[in-house]
Design a protein around this ligand. Structure first.
Ligand SMILES: [Zn+2]
Length: 457
């Protein structure tokens, strides 16, 4: 709940960015200005392919699709390869993805954020080693408030690629410091608590790397960390929020000016909790000491939503990817459903705050993880591309027949859903056609459209 000084913050950013060459899509000066949204919400389901969504919908609803997504007017697919890669529909569906080069979350986040492909592992830096204008920087130039929310550490690749520049996604301490001390972000929420372990218990061996080191952590506790976020040349320290009730409380009423939401758990909200990793969804009790992704998202929206120039918020379901790497179908479905529950909550907020006239919502994934397919055919004859085998419905509340055929990312197309001003530009860019997924665009097209929408109205 704050008002930005857009002119001074735009000037401050211009000075910063003038020092380095910056690429990025700008508005087409010759074309009529498209309708622009006040608010832009990008939701990224990390590692989530078409079959992941279907698995979640079959379990939750006994249906092939989530109505929260299927009812959005723009429904497309996107290619995700990183710099030097490609997507060939015939090669994918005839031979399968194994052996094809794939993106990681850093290059994919950079594409969604900047509209430019880069090398795996690189955040907000182009393959020519020049910094790129991130979507957070672009939105701040347009005078908007900005925020990032994730169910994994906030310094992880997807949120970091929206905001900062680093040629190594693994430099977590450095990346967390950049996000906390020099970024203009107004709200940042994610895991990485130094003092609590993956079960939400106090950890006798603290780990400060996700919060920028011990000194930064002590500064956060003291309320002294945080640079100038609103362009008035005065520091804007973070208000630290840790309790589930405090996250939920952020969703209504007045909020602190700048919020760092750090649930009391190490790397994920729920994915790494104890219990049977092979259990069906929601059988192992959830940690009660951490908020849901939905509560974090609604709290974050209420921190940024009073800026008259609007806001940009990226919300990531980050652990869908982790369940798919680790071969955990039950937790995969939990994470997908938690993400879709968050989509539903965001849509309800949009309905009450200007609807599709004022808000652009884009829901997508950064890549597919796990080469998810249906179960082995009865005759044992897998097709060359196993993703052709449909998941086997077993009724609502039961895990469908499904197989994670690989432990890493694939080159599969990912889903894209959108509505609001700018969603038509996405549809217009989907000029290629996949024989199974239909019209598709590239992840850099999504980044380019988001950058176009960043220009102030
Ligand atoms: Zn991954």
């Amino acid at each position: 709940m704050q008002r930005k000084n857009s002119a001074s913050r735009a000037l401050a950013l211009a000075l910063v960015l003038a020092a380095t060459p910056v690429a990025g899509a700008g508005p087409d000066a010759g074309a009529a200005a498209p309708a622009r949204p006040r608010n832009v919400i990008l939701m990224v389901a990390d590692g989530c392919g078409f079959n992941h969504l279907r698995a979640g919908a079959l379990w939750r609803d006994g249906a092939d699709q989530f109505p929260e997504l299927a009812s959005l007017p723009v429904r497309l697919a996107a290619s995700t390869f990183s710099d030097g890669g490609s997507y060939d529909p015939a090669a994918y569906w005839d031979a399968g993805p194994l052996g094809q080069p794939t993106t990681d979350s850093a290059a994919a986040a950079t594409a969604l954020s900047t509209g430019t492909k880069t090398r795996n592992g690189w955040l907000g830096v182009g393959p020519d080693e020049h910094p790129l204008l991130t979507i957070v920087e672009a939105m701040e130039r347009g005078g908007r408030s900005t925020g990032l929310v994730t169910s994994v550490p906030f310094a992880h690749a997807t949120p970091a690629g929206c905001a900062i520049h680093n040629e190594d996604r693994g430099r977590y301490v450095e990346i967390a410091q950049a996000m906390l001390t020099t970024s203009p972000l107004d709200v940042l929420m994610g895991c990485g608590h130094p003092l609590f372990d993956r079960k939400g218990d106090p950890d006798p061996t603290p780990n400060y790397r996700w919060v920028g080191g011990e000194e930064t952590w002590n500064g956060l506790l003291a309320g002294t960390v945080g640079g100038d976020a609103d362009g008035d040349a005065w520091p804007d320290p973070w208000t630290l929020v840790q309790e589930p009730a405090d996250f939920a409380g952020l969703a209504a009423g007045t909020t602190p000016r700048r919020v760092l939401g750090l649930p009391r758990v190490r790397e994920t909200l729920q994915e790494q909790r104890d219990g049977d990793l092979a259990a069906a969804p929601c059988v192992v009790p959830f940690l009660a000491t951490v908020p849901t992704l939905k509560d974090m998202a609604l709290g974050a929206i209420n921190v940024v939503d009073d800026d008259p120039d609007g806001f940009f918020l990226m919300i990531e379901g980050g652990a869908i990817d982790w369940t798919s790497h680790d071969g955990e179908p039950g937790r995969l479905v939990e994470e997908v459903c938690s993400f879709v529950e968050t989509v539903a909550a965001v849509r309800a907020w949009i309905d009450g705050h200007g609807g599709w006239r004022e808000n652009l919502l884009v829901v997508t994934a950064d890549h597919e993880t796990g080469y998810l397919s249906g179960p082995e055919p009865a005759d044992g004859a897998w097709p060359a591309c196993r993703a052709r085998v449909p998941l086997a419905p077993r009724g609502k509340g039961r895990l469908p027949g499904m197989v994670l055929n690989a432990h890493n990312h694939t080159n599969a197309l990912v889903p894209v859903f959108a509505a609001g001003p700018g969603s038509g530009e996405l549809a217009a860019r989907a000029t290629r056609r996949d024989p199974v997924r239909g019209p598709y665009l590239d992840n850099t097209d999504i980044g380019a459209v988001l950058q176009e929408m960043a220009v102030g109205r």
